[in-house]
Each structure stands twice: as C-alpha cells, then as structure tokens.
Design a protein around this ligand. Structure first.
Ligand code: CTP
Length: 233
C-alpha cells in the first residue's frame, strides 16, 4: 500500500526531516478562481484545493517558510502556513508577485483561463413578465497566466518553478508540451477525465515531467502525492 509506506516513512524520518527545507521560502497556489459576471454570479470550476493545500502543508512540515495563495475553497488552513485568500485570477497574480522572492513555487491552482469582459455592476435581470429578449451572452477575455509570468521572470525567478497540468486527453503528450510552453522546470500532470475522479476527489494519479523525462507515479491519496513532491523538492 503506497499510502502506508508514505506514512511509515514519515514516522521513521519525521524528526530528521523536519528541517530539510529550513531557510527556504515556498509559494503555493491552490483552488479555483471566481470570475464575476455580476454581483451575485461568477464563473468557476470544480477544483477543491485539496492537492494544493496538501503541498503547502507538506512543504511547511519540512521547514519551508510557506505562503499559500488560495482561491475560494472549503479546505482548512494548513498549520504553519501563511494563507492569502483571493477570488480572481488577477488577485492571485498580484498576491503571488507580492510573495516573491521564493526558492520554490508550486502552481497547483485551477486558474480560470477567461473572465467576463465587464462584470455588470447591477444584477442581470430577466425581462419583466410577458416581455421578450434574448438571453444575455457573455463576452470573455483571457486572464493573465500566473505560472508563465512567474516562470518567465528575469529577476527573482524562483530556483524551481513547478506547474500542474489538468488534461483529459493525451495526458503525457500535452503535459510535455505544456512544460515547455509555460517555461516551468517540472510539471505534475493530472488526468482530469470525469471517469478518473481527480477533480474534487481524494486520490490522484500523476506523471512528473522534468527536463530529464517522464515518471509515472502510482495512484495514491493527494496527501501522499504532496508528500512525495515535497520530498523531491
Ligand atoms: N495557470 C496559471 N494561470 C492561468 C492558467 C493556468 O498559473 N491563467 C497554471 C495552473 O496553475 C497550472 C498550469 O498553469 O499550474 C497549467 O494549467 P492548465 O489549466 O492545465 O493549463 P492552461 O494553461 O489553462 O492550458 P489549457 O487550458 O489550454 O490546457
């Protein structure tokens, strides 16, 4: 049982490992973002924040000074982690830039790729009874890419930038291309097909993509994936 092995290792090495990342600074993003349509409606996605929060907790346990920039989730704040709560992709970018410099950045958030071009200041209303009008159409604009922005910094780029990839098809092939396109060092590829149940679920089966190649990790809990990633970091 991989989970049992991780737990046993943690118990065995816990004391010795507590300081492995001492004097290192870490930034982690987690959860979805909410992009306002009007004062009561928003665009979002099914991200739970479980994986990102677990990574932040695991890095803090190894002694890293850890900032977690989180979109709206129901996850408890991990112990010993400085949590910055945000709603939108643009707020998440600002909070991430404000947390630099760090030694390692792990971008696990499911950032909305697009937001409504203009959030309405008043609630959008249906026409009065008997009236007729077409349903409103949403005009979307692209959000900033936080991972690409942090990866591409000339000054103060973290030594190690790690992205996540949510893919439903050709997971490894798309993730290998995404690592290059985003300019990050490692990419953790998730299969987010509905059948696999990663989004919102407790388990995760990932591939770790680095410049050296592709590793397939076993399907284990998100906590165990986080622990293994933190060990590797
Ligand atoms: N990401 C980000 N900012 C965005 C979009 C994505 O920082 N505006 C980050 C995510 O946190 C993740 C990585 O980029 O670490 C890949 O996210 P993913 O949703 O898999 O890819 P996209 O860049 O959105 O590309 P696509 O949706 O076309 O697959």
């Amino acid at each position: 049982e991989p989970d049992a092995i991780v737990a046993a290792l943690e118990g065995l090495l816990g004391g010795a490992q507590a300081g492995l990342l001492k004097d290192r600074r870490a930034l982690v993003t987690s959860g979805p973002t909410h992009e306002a349509i009007d004062p009561v409606r928003f665009l979002a996605n099914r991200s739970s924040g479980k994986q990102g929060h677990a990574v932040a907790a695991a890095l803090a346990r190894l002694g890293a000074t850890t900032t977690l920039v989180s979109g709206p989730t129901h996850q408890p704040e991990p112990a010993g982690v400085n949590v910055v709560h945000v709603e939108t992709a643009r707020e998440m970018l600002d909070a991430c830039l404000g947390a630099l410099p760090v030694d390692v950045a792990v971008m696990a958030a499911a950032v909305a790729d697009w937001r409504p071009a203009d959030a309405a200041r008043a609630k959008l209303k249906k026409p009065a009874k008997g009236g007729k009008s077409a349903p409103p159409s949403l005009k979307l604009v692209e959000n900033p890419d936080i991972l690409a922005t942090v990866s591409g910094r000339n000054e103060g780029r973290p030594h190690l930038v790690i992205g996540f990839a949510a893919e439903t098809d050709a997971v490894v092939e798309n993730a290998v291309a995404k690592r290059r396109a985003k300019g990050c060092d490692w990419l953790v590829a998730n299969d987010v097909s509905a059948a696999v149940g990663t989004v919102g679920g407790d388990d995760n089966q990932v591939h770790l993509i680095t410049a050296d190649g592709v590793e397939e990790w076993p399907k284990v809990s998100k906590l165990a994936v986080a622990e293994r990633l933190a060990q590797r970091i």
